[in-house]
Write a protein that binds this ligand. Sequence first.
Ligand SMILES: [Zn+2]
Ligand SMILES: [Zn+2]
Length: 181
Amino acid sequence: MMNEKDKSVSGNKIDVSKIYNGENKEIAFDFELAPENLDKMDFSFEKPPAVRGRAYEKARGKGKTDSYVGLEFEITGRYLTHCARCCADIEKDLLISKEYDLVKKTESENEDIIEVPENTLDIEELAYTVFYLELPFRVLCKEDCKGLCATCGKNLNEGPCTCKKDKGTNSLAELKKLLDN
Ligand SMILES: [Zn+2]
Ligand SMILES: [Zn+2]
């Protein structure tokens, strides 16, 4: 069950103190990202990527203020980009799913554990970080995309080109011809 959008969500920060002390079972959030520089990365989104998720009580602690707090969210959207090998247009769904533990203090380097010393988490900052990290670095139109011929530029997915296969032999032959002349 979702809590009404309450005082626990203020701006883009969520206050998880009420989950720690058992007053709230969960804090839901739902907002959109407006990422910059996507054109430089060759991505465009039909609609702003959406972030939806919650911080919630994972388990009740023994004491009054030590519940285990979990955080889970999804970032979804649909993007346009180009194949890294053949430049074909690609339209794809983005789905990023994340789960974390929120703790007051940790020595752990585990990146699934987030420290919230003041019980406050900037969920928007986290969502942007995750978004940029998880956006695919290279998108291919298909796993075995053959790409473009480096010599003539033909899309090799549409069939072989007429360039000589063995470029080593080819250039050697050309060199010989040059020397012969
Ligand atoms: Zn391709
Ligand atoms: Zn070619």
